[in-house]
Design a protein. Sequence first.
Length: 490
Amino acid sequence: MPAARPERVYATVAFLALAGLASACAGAQKSAPVAPPGGAAPGSSEAPSAPPPPRTGLPGDAPAALQTGAADSFQEGVRLEGTGDLAGAAAAFERAFQADPGAAFAGVNAGALRERLGDEGAARALYGRVLDRNPTFFPAAQDLVRLDARLGKAADAEAEMRARLEKAPDAVALRNGLAEALLAQGRLDAAEEAARRALKVDEKNVPAMVNLATVYARKRRFELSKMVLDNARQIDGSDPAVWNRLGFVELSLGDRNQALESFRTAAALRPDYPEAHANYGAMLADSEDFAAAATELELAVRYAPHNAAAWLDLGNAYRGEKEFDKAEDAYRRALRLDPGLVDCHFNLGILYLDGDKPGLPTLQRLEQAVAFFDDFEKAGGKDDKLAGYRKDAARAIERERKRLEREDKDRLRREAEAKRKAAEPAAGPQAGEGVAPPPVTPAASPAPAKPAATPAPARKKAKSASKKPAPAPDESGGAAGAAGAERGDR
């Protein structure tokens, strides 16, 4: 097996949206966007992926905070989501929200699940209904903005946030939603202004601080970004968005070990926080801890199944674990989600070049590797190592073809030899061809007459004939077979 080749690895995942925390507290907050400092992640999109369901579960005093019937429906949603029945869970959360319109977290949970199920229209309507009742609930504003941004409608999200701010100018949640919409459009100065205005209303608002730190990082003011995040961490060290953003800044500052620790912390704080699991998993894969990377990335794609970059990184982890079929499936899944993610072709080429696919002949596998490299270049992909990989593939294909030719020749020799050996017993020596005939018993003479004597010369001839050995069978076939066997062992 050749030495491991570097795949295209993405240690960053942009704008994975999350549903709101399942908390009865209207001020529960969520993560900020996770575009990498200084710009978007390679291969990732500025548009967010569909959000995962939130941490579903009620605080101890939540049933008392919900109106009659809402608590039961909410708990039913928790149970159904745990069994994987996302449609049933979404319906249950929506019933809870209908029973108690003040239960904003239930409405956001329903919207998040609808979005995961691919019903963006229903999801957006639910986020809007939550904001109609509670414009201060940041998870609803964030998820609405991220949904629009993922669909290429960040400008529409900006317009909606501004319209809602006219009715509720002091709603920090809407101001933070506006900042995210501006970040999605790359309008950093306007996003900075929106974040600062949110902090004027609430100087300890952590989502606003994360948005501001994101602006600074995009402007490559990494030290200032880190300072803001350190302050946010002092206010709320349990917010995974703070640690996730801090990981990016530490990477930009060259502190890889600390970045890995920050991503690990973010992932540990919430099992259903896909950004952190995707980023932590990608870094683990890059460090060749493939088993741990697969665990993290499986969580990421579970809660953000539409994120192509996370699927690509999961494919890398599976490849490191020599799980050929799983790796191929993950790469192909990423390509279906984002046909423009051309590095999927590159990684598929490496997988087929170096791996062993059960049931697929080696020559076909190697030729398929070349085909994937062709697809990569046709799609506009470029990589300095590609020429070397093509040479490796060409040499491997030539060796395999020669091996198959030798095997075919050896097979034909063995078949011919087997036919000759099978024919030998039926072609034995004939009478009169050097083998003395069986002796003839003389007829009995009446007694007392004596039998006639055989002349001495004739007796001698008969003895010599009977003693003459039979000619050996033709040995030319055996010699040829031996020579063939010897060549086959080379």
